[in-house]
Ligand binder design. Structure first.
Ligand SMILES: NC(=O)c1ccc[n+]([C@@H]2O[C@H](COP(=O)([O-])OP(=O)(O)OC[C@H]3O[C@@H](n4cnc5c(N)ncnc54)[C@H](O)[C@@H]3O)[C@@H](O)[C@H]2O)c1
Length: 357
């Protein structure tokens, strides 16, 4: 297959491309604008492979997309390009509306017109896979709440996004489903929980905590740190994505999650305890933790019911949280220069949020 991957220079997109080049025989075209979050060095393990190509394109530019489809002639699209950081969306939502909504619309429309003129056999095999988030469902009752019964997000949970980021992803999901229902575009949708692992931009909780600890900088925690997230190691996510591409049923959504619910503060403690063993200092890294003002509209709990993808496609994560965190910490220690260079592209405005009282 020829697979067009958008956002392939980002955290999950680069893990997906490394997987596709290293574990399959497909050709991959990486379509990426290279925003602050895009980094071609994340692909250095595969960028010399003749089956990999890169083109710098903004998906808001539909002419450039048309040209790219005409030249590359993809058999499938895996759409990951997005503005992805909730804090940035709260500070300024413009880019989120442009890339996540307008960009997804452009991609869908260019893909639909391209797909419609394919010969019948290629048309029946074509897939448009949209990579989305569990944040579109809003949040779930927390164990501290009276109505907590261990609820999980399923594929039929109504959409109730809280942040501008989640709302823009929800809008993109609705567009993707509409292009399937109205035009018959053969789509697949995945909604995944929080990812972590190698090449994660150090503005997100796990890489930020590890890097700040190693640099002996304060480790910010929003509010009391009781928010619960369901963590998934990124390599488990990309295996699920490829399985859905190969075997998923057209028009269907698959929720992907790690069954690893943990409060943010507890997670940071696990990271500090692990670092205390691997890179001991005179005092525990926990002494660097500082509570800062909570994020506006902060979702309190996410948790995924991944039974559909397990029952229908046989997927389950390979890594426990402990194994994934060990690998991630070791990766940051071994790639500290990559992390420090990436951290230099962090937003000063987001940094100010992390130091507010
Ligand atoms: N990170 C998570 O925990 C998580 C969980 C579930 C779903 N997702 C979804 O997975 C996808 C990838 O997430 P990520 O964490 O790798 O994001 P990321 O921010 O690390 O990477 C996004 C990539 O998209 C590119 N991009 C941004 N705007 C673009 C545009 N207009 N045109 C072309 N390229 C553009 C960036 O340059 C970057 O390479 C996103 O759609 C996100 O919503 C992420």
């Amino acid at each position: 297959m020829k697979i067009l991957v958008t956002g392939g220079a980002g955290f999950i997109g680069s893990a997906l491309i490394r997987y596709l080049i290293q574990h399959t025989s497909h050709e991959v075209l990486n379509v990426d604008k290279l925003t602050y979050a895009g980094n071609l060095t994340s692909l250095s393990d595969v960028s010399d492979d003749p089956r990999y190509r890169f083109v710098q394109i903004d998906i808001v530019d539909s002419q450039a997309l048309k040209q790219t489809f005409a030249t590359f002639q993809p058999d499938a699209v895996m759409h990951l390009a997005a503005e992805s950081h909730v804090d940035r969306s709260i500070l300024a939502a413009d880019e989120f509306i442009q890339t996540n909504i307008v960009g997804t619309f452009n991609l869908l429309d260019v893909a639909r017109r391209y797909w419609a003129q394919l010969p019948a056999d290629k048309q029946s095999r074509f897939r448009f896979q949209h990579i989305s988030t569990d944040e579109v469902y809003g949040d779930l009752p927390h164990p501290n709440d009276a109505d907590f019964t261990g609820q999980l997000f399923s594929e039929t949970t109504p959409y109730a996004p809280s942040s501008p980021y989640a709302a823009s992803k929800a809008a993109s999901d609705h567009l993707v489903n509409a292009w399937c229902r109205t035009y018959g575009l053969p789509i697949l949708m995945t909604n995944c929980s929080n990812n972590y692992g190698p090449y994660h931009f150090p503005e997100k909780l796990i890489p930020l905590t590890i890097l700040n600890a190693l640099e002996q900088k304060t480790i910010p925690i929003y509010g009391k740190g009781t928010q619960i997230r369901d963590w998934l190691y990124v390599e488990d996510h990309v295996e699920a994505l490829y399985l859905v591409l190969q075997q998923g049923h057209i028009g269907e959504t698959y929720n992907i999650g790690g069954h690893n619910e943990v409060e943010n503060l507890q997670l940071v403690h696990i990271l500090c305890d692990t670092l205390d063993k691997l890179v001991p200092q005179s005092t525990s890294y926990k002494t660097l933790i500082r509570h800062v003002d909570d994020r506006l509209g902060h979702d309190r709990r996410y948790a995924i019911d991944a039974s559909k993808i397990h029952k229908e496609l046989g997927w389950k994560p390979r890594h426990t949280l402990e194994q994934g965190l060990q690998k991630t910490i070791k990766w940051v220690i071994d790639h500290r220069a990559w992390c420090i260079a990436a951290a230099q592209r962090k937003s000063a405005a987001v940094d100010r949020l992390y130091s507010s009282h």
